[in-house]
Design a protein around this ligand. Structure first.
Ligand SMILES: NC(=O)C1=CN([C@@H]2O[C@H](COP(=O)(O)OP(=O)(O)OC[C@H]3O[C@@H](n4cnc5c(N)ncnc54)[C@H](O)[C@@H]3O)[C@@H](O)[C@H]2O)C=CC1
Ligand SMILES: O=C1[C@@H](O)[C@H](O)[C@@H](O)[C@H](O)[C@H]1O
Length: 334
């Protein structure tokens, strides 16, 4: 079976996913595309032999569309995901599932009313071979009980529209999900500390930020988010346990020796750093849709991450430690 995918949002990652569905993933194709910028939708659709449609509702309702991929801006995600769930169509939604926990809760309620899972959230780091190797070692007990994690998430620069809350809700949301998954428990508190700001930022932006979390069992996580670090897209993660420590491998880049120096280049964006993880994620989703089941990060994962995100954002102004209030995972998402 070929899964006919309707894509909502033809921006940077939307077009990258369309290329992936068209040329990399087997058993799937792009059938329809929409964007609030119709010219962008038309150009993207023409590139992959798909139909350009005017709205997300039209994409969801199109009879040829079996499944939906949402790649619009975060605040627009919830409406498109709810439309797909109402139509009973599987949906892969780029992170974040929604920009508030309340919207994620509405999505979970709609999905539970439908009776089976339809939603997968694009937390693609769970498909990265480096993170997967870390998880396998932690799960087999190689480092003993985890006590601490030290992480960094650096981007070279961000556009002016990027604001201080996005450091949590758009950027750190990756680590929030990954740490919940790696450690197998929820994050119970969140706090944000502000170092001196870099001068190389737009005036409105708090950058860098230091995010601190405590898990339910008392492990501590520190995460540096620095989205104007200038030099590259640099993702770091180390988990320290009672018997050892495990660190995310650096991406494999050739080592150049020249002009009296030796070194390798740093990826400049998520496309290069996590390209293989995106390929694996979208292939796994297409395979699961074709087999009539949905796996991978769920609406619950999107919700739990959003709860932590909401708590962290509350700390942004005050620096207080804020409880995340993530409740027990419902059996539906076991
Ligand atoms: N997993 C990852 O590492 C990454 C995830 N993302 C996520 O992907 C999403 C999109 O990000 P980018 O592609 O970088 O943004 P972008 O700004 O390049 O593209 C977003 C597109 O969505 C369109 N759009 C906005 N609202 C819409 C609506 N209601 N209906 C249809 N189209 C709409 C815009 O016109 C734009 O073309 C975001 O949620 C972002 O967090 C983005 C980059 C990397
Ligand atoms: O998901 C992503 C972007 O949306 C986000 O804005 C960046 O900060 C992240 O590094 C990238 O992976």
């Amino acid at each position: 079976m070929t899964v006919n995918v309707g894509v909502i949002g033809a921006g940077m990652i939307g077009t990258d996913h369309m290329r992936r569905l068209d040329r990399v993933v087997s058993g799937a194709r792009v059938a329809a595309v929409t964007d609030i910028d119709p010219a962008r939708a038309a150009e993207a659709a023409a590139g992959v032999g798909a139909r350009a449609l005017a709205t997300d509702a039209e994409v969801v309702a199109a009879p040829e569309v079996d499944a939906v991929l949402v790649a619009s801006w975060g605040p627009a995600h919830a409406a498109s995901v709810l439309a797909a769930v109402a139509a009973g169509k599987p949906v892969l939604c780029e992170k974040p599932l929604a920009t508030t926990a309340e919207d994620c809760r509405r999505i979970m309620e709609a999905e539970r009313a439908h009776g089976s899972r339809l939603v997968q959230v694009g937390f693609m780091r769970r498909y990265d071979t480096g993170y997967r190797a870390m998880k396998a070692l932690i799960d087999e007990g190689a480092i003993g009980a985890p006590l601490m994690a030290h992480c960094a998430h650096r981007n070279p620069t961000v556009p002016e529209a990027y604001h201080s809350e996005m450091a949590t809700k758009d950027t750190a949301i990756h680590e929030i999900d990954t740490l919940r998954w790696l450690l197998g428990e929820e994050l119970a508190t969140a706090q944000i500390i502000r170092p001196r700001r870099t001068s190389k930022r737009f005036a409105h932006l708090v950058d860098p930020q230091l995010l601190l979390f405590e898990t339910e069992s008392g492990a501590r996580i520190d995460l540096e988010v620095f989205v104007n670090c200038q030099y590259g897209y640099d993702i770091r993660c180390e988990v320290v346990g009672e018997d050892g420590a495990v660190r995310l491998p650096e991406p494999r880049e050739a080592v150049l020796h020249a002009a009296g120096r030796s070194g390798s280049s740093v990826p400049q964006d998520w496309k290069r750093r996590f390209g293989a993880a995106f390929d694996a994620e979208v292939q796994a989703w297409a395979d699961a849709v074709a087999a009539g089941r949905i796996e991978g990060p769920s609406a619950w994962d999107g919700y739990a991450a959003a709860m932590v995100g909401d708590a962290a954002v509350r700390s942004l102004e005050t620096g207080e430690v804020v409880p995340t209030k993530v409740e027990e995972r419902p059996d539906f998402y076991a």
